[in-house]
Design a protein around this ligand. Structure first.
Ligand SMILES: Cc1cc2nc3c(=O)[nH]c(=O)nc-3n(C[C@H](O)[C@H](O)[C@H](O)COP(=O)(O)OP(=O)(O)OC[C@H]3O[C@@H](n4cnc5c(N)ncnc54)[C@H](O)[C@@H]3O)c2cc1C
Length: 357
């Protein structure tokens, strides 16, 4: 008989780990030990390829579970999964094999300070210029999949092994209210030289649709996991404090449950469509991003009101999750995402096969 698939065995191992992480805030340093536990459980390779709906649902569950246990770890791990999938989709056999070995933690660094990064050929090698900002895991992860402009303006993916260049990371400016553990500082690539084998796919592949926009379902799932964790902690408080007897508290709690479950339906639908390569996954994901954001903001407010001042103490899980989530909800161009989603729905209903009536 066949054993469990890698996604299943990872999820099984993750359960107790995530419960333990969610029970304690831990420090706010880069979560190296937790990441190593994820790696030992097979998390660096389990989701490089998603062959069927079962695997997609498993990734959806894993992203939520890690996001609910440690949002910084969730961000770091989501970046690794994204990088591994990009190499799998656009890389050659040798590049895919290097990812499949599962020996390096990867990240995707696209955001950059002006004037942006460039890459140019110099004989047999390629020279990088510029830096990346919001570089999750700067100085801690092993390799970064970055984007850089070719002389003709094309955007090229490059995997750069940065283990020997940790001094190029600058996290001094990463003085933030939440997500401190991601160490999303700046990384200076100026003058670094890479071989041709470091270039992944063709120019433009990074932003190829529907993968580029619809892939945002993964960070929405991580955010959702944190919102769900807040609901769990609010529930624990209401039960332990006897406040569950108050109808106003129950009404507030009901709103939280409805919000996260509703958002979950959106993200799951977006995930399944996205991983099927369906173009409708783009508006679904764009809409899901906003639905998750609203649910999360509502739950953060409800947890603060329901628990009161105790939710603002340093050792409170609610304080930590709210600080982390408040920042992690800030993802690129949210207004534009919602606007694009609305425009698509004005054209026709994207949720199902039902017409508007
Ligand atoms: C914890 C954390 C980790 C991260 N890690 C990474 C990483 O590893 N790799 C990476 O590449 N990036 C990373 N990022 C960056 C992230 O992907 C986003 O780029 C960043 O969070 C967006 O920041 P912003 O709020 O300034 O966005 P913006 O997109 O600038 O949005 C700010 C506001 O301005 C509005 N706006 C933006 N442009 C326009 C416009 N043209 N017209 C009108 N309104 C506009 C938006 O709608 C929004 O209301 C990370 C971010 C965080 C918070």
């Amino acid at each position: 008989m066949n054993g469990p698939t890698p996604p299943d065995s990872f999820l099984r191992a993750l359960g107790p780990l995530a419960r333990a992480w969610d029970a304690a805030n831990g420090d706010e340093a880069f979560p190296a030990e937790r990441l190593a536990a994820v790696a030992r459980a097979g998390g660096l390779t389990a989701f490089t390829r998603l062959p069927d709906e079962h695997a997609v649902r498993a990734l959806y569950a894993a992203l939520r579970r890690i996001g609910g246990a440690d949002l910084s770890l969730g961000r770091i791990w989501e970046g690794h999964v994204n990088a591994a999938q990009l190499v799998d989709a656009y890389g050659d056999a040798a590049q895919r094999a290097a990812v499949e070995a599962g020996s390096r933690v990867l990240g995707v660094w696209n955001t950059e300070p002006a004037p942006g990064m460039t890459i140019a050929r110099e004989g047999d090698v390629w020279r990088l210029s510029g830096a990346k900002s919001f570089a999750t895991g700067a100085g801690h992860i092993d390799a970064a999949l970055i984007t850089a402009r070719l002389p003709d303006g094309g955007k090229q993916m490059v995997v750069v092994d940065i283990r020997d260049h940790r001094e190029r990371a600058d996290n001094a400016g990463w003085r933030v209210r939440g997500m401190r553990g991601t160490r999303s500082g700046r990384f200076d690539f100026d003058g670094l030289v890479v071989a041709s084998e470091a270039l992944i796919g063709a120019p433009g592949d990074y932003e190829r649709e529907p993968r580029f926009s619809a892939g945002a379902w993964r960070f929405a799932a991580v955010q959702l996991g944190a919102a769900e964790a807040l609901v769990r902690h609010l529930r624990d408080h209401l039960v332990a404090s006897g406040k569950r007897e108050e109808p106003i508290q129950r009404a507030r709690f009901a709103g939280c449950v409805a919000a996260v479950r509703g958002a979950g339906a959106w993200v799951e639908r977006a995930a399944l469509r996205a991983e099927a390569g369906d173009a409708d996954a783009i508006p679904l994901t764009l809409m899901a991003r906003g639905v998750v954001e609203e649910a999360a903001l509502g739950v953060m407010e409800a947890a603060a009101r329901g628990v009161g001042t105790a939710a603002f103490f340093e050792d409170s899980r609610i304080d930590r999750i709210s600080r982390d989530l408040g920042l992690y909800l800030r993802q690129p161009v949210p207004d534009q995402a919602r606007d694009r989603a609305a425009a698509a729905w004005l054209e026709r209903d994207r949720w199902g096969d039902d017409p508007w009536w």
